[in-house]
Design a binder for this molecule. Structure first.
Ligand code: NAG
Ligand code: NAG
Ligand code: NAG
Ligand code: NAG
Ligand code: NAG
Ligand code: NAG
Ligand code: NAG
Ligand code: NAG
Ligand code: NAG
Ligand code: NAG
Length: 398
């Protein structure tokens, strides 16, 4: 049955493509299909083998405990090309065509019969046209993962995702998508990951994002989002990654309360239009490993509480109007995990501290990269620099 499906898809691909015109290509595809009779499958975390009512045999083919057998189509990491067939069989529960060279649009009829589809992954192909956001409306209500990343999808995302009552992962980064986020995305309350980086989305991120209580990953970097950052975002206590760099977001970061984000590991706000002072509530995010707040309109000040971030290894706060370099170094040298420290374009015109006591023997234990680029510091090259044993890429522009 599953083999039949492979053939069905392969033949459809061959028939609907202009590429496989000649016999050499055709027969190589066919022989490829034959070698697929026992494919080695690589499950990702969201696969149907782990779900209720579904078991998989050791080869990965799904055998249901009930009467209906489910099919998995995993053609990921091949060199296949061609277009999608008009539909997939009703018993398909997972489609993974990632990392191939498939192209064309996703036919509107494609999902029509696929009532049991739970995962659809076409990452890293050259698909175009629009994203089938109404997938849950008429056809595949059980979908949990949608990955459209790294393709040539364009236009805006229309409504429909809000009807996906199981959707956990929605990825469509590195495409040519535009328009605002679909309004009803905030209705898809099962979402755990929204990953839409490197597109041309605009408009704001709604306060209704707090409805997505299970949200763990929010990646919207390199877009044109604007408007106020939802100040209630700190209520999303499961957040681990917040990557919003290179947008046009505003808001006074002093008012952010991130104190509940105990799982937050990475925060990137670089190059937006945030104002206010350095958000002290970040000091409560004990899992924080990296944060960048550079290139905003902040009035930075670093407090000794930063030492409570025991895992902090990357910190960048360029152009944030920091002053008193002596004080800042005295505090930060206690950050034992710090590997990268970027403080460019701060401390303008201050004197580089040169006393022996500035950095003690234990200071900056793991620092590898330290940048004061553009700070216009005065004074001689300080002695304490030589004490940073592991220093390997000091980016000084004095
Ligand atoms: C058929 O395709 C193959 C592979 O792309 C190519 O090497 C060959 O020259 C083609 N043959 C004809 C007759 O076009
Ligand atoms: C399976 O896929 C994941 C993610 O796509 C990858 O990290 C992992 O290395 C793969 N495993 C094998 C055995 O190919
Ligand atoms: C895309 O897939 C190809 C293999 O088909 C692989 O070589 C390449 O690294 C992938 N690119 C990304 C960004 O994953
Ligand atoms: C989305 O795009 C369609 C046509 O491409 C347009 O008619 C519609 O107004 C756009 N919607 C939004 C919200 O921009
Ligand atoms: C979201 O869901 C609510 C209630 O479930 C509904 O009233 C509202 O229209 C939905 N919003 C959108 C944009 O679909
Ligand atoms: C979000 O939750 C609020 C309060 O529970 C509700 O009023 C609103 O309709 C919800 N929004 C969506 C898009 O579901
Ligand atoms: C959030 O996740 C928990 C644990 O995985 C789950 O029990 C709960 O149903 C989820 N909530 C929503 C709204 O999906
Ligand atoms: C960013 O927002 C400012 C006003 O807040 C506006 O003047 C500017 O054009 C916007 N830039 C982009 C790239 O949207
Ligand atoms: C930011 O908020 C703080 C606290 O509410 C306030 O004191 C400060 O003036 C605000 N800064 C800006 C630039 O709005
Ligand atoms: C810098 O901070 C130190 C405390 O670390 C303080 O003693 C000193 O007066 C400050 N210098 C300036 C110029 O504010």
């Amino acid at each position: 049955m599953a083999r039949g499906l492979l053939f069905f898809l392969l033949l459809s691909s061959i028939m609907s493509t202009n590429y496989a015109r000649n016999e050499t290509q055709r027969s190589s595809l066919l022989s490829f299909a034959l070698t697929l009779s026992s494919p080695s499958l690589n499950w990702t975390s969201v696969d149907c083998c782990h779900w209720e009512g579904v078991t998989c045999d050791h080869d990965g083919w799904v055998t249901d405990q009930g009467s209906i057998s489910k099919e998995i189509l995993d053609l990921s990491y091949n060199r296949m090309f061609g277009e999608l067939p008009l539909f997939i069989p009703s018993s398909t529960c997972m489609v993974d065509l990632s990392n191939n060279n498939f192209h064309g649009t996703i036919p509107s009829s494609f999902f029509r019969r696929a009532r049991d589809l739970t995962s659809f992954n076409v990452r890293n192909n050259t698909f175009s046209g629009s994203i089938p956001s109404s997938i849950c409306l008429h056809s595949s209500p059980l979908i949990r993962l949608l990955d459209f990343s790294i393709n040539k999808f364009s236009s805006n995302i229309s409504g429909g995702l809000g009807k996906c009552s199981k959707l956990q992962v929605f990825r469509a980064g590195y495409n040519r998508l535009s328009g605002p986020l679909p309004e009803d995305i905030y209705n898809a309350t099962t979402l755990e990951e929204i990953s839409l980086p490197s597109n041309a989305f605009h408009g704001d991120i709604s306060d209704e994002i707090v409805n997505l209580t299970n949200l763990t990953i929010l990646e919207l970097y390199v877009n044109q989002f604007s408007g106020m950052l939802p100040m209630n975002m700190g209520k999303l206590s499961k957040l681990e990654l917040i990557l919003l760099h290179f947008n046009n977001l505003t808001g006074n970061l002093s008012m952010l309360d991130f104190s509940k984000l105990s799982r937050l590991t990475k925060l990137d706000f670089v190059s937006n239009q945030f104002t206010g002072v350095f958000p002290t509530s970040l000091y409560s995010c004990k899992s924080l490993k990296a944060f960048r707040l550079s290139l905003n309109d902040l009035d930075g000040q670093i407090q000794p509480e930063i030492l409570s971030l025991k895992s902090l290894s990357f910190h960048s706060l360029s152009a944030s109007r920091l002053s008193n370099i002596t004080r800042v170094l005295n505090i930060l040298m206690g950050c034992k995990s710090l590997k990268v420290l970027i403080l460019s374009n701060n401390f303008i015109g201050e004197e580089m501290p040169n006393g022996d006591g500035i950095v003690d023997v234990d200071g900056f234990q793991n620092l590898g990269i330290l940048s004061f680029r553009g700070c216009q510091l005065t004074g001689p090259l300080p002695v304490w620099l030589s004490k940073i044993k592991k220093a390997r890429g000091l980016g000084f522009v004095l």
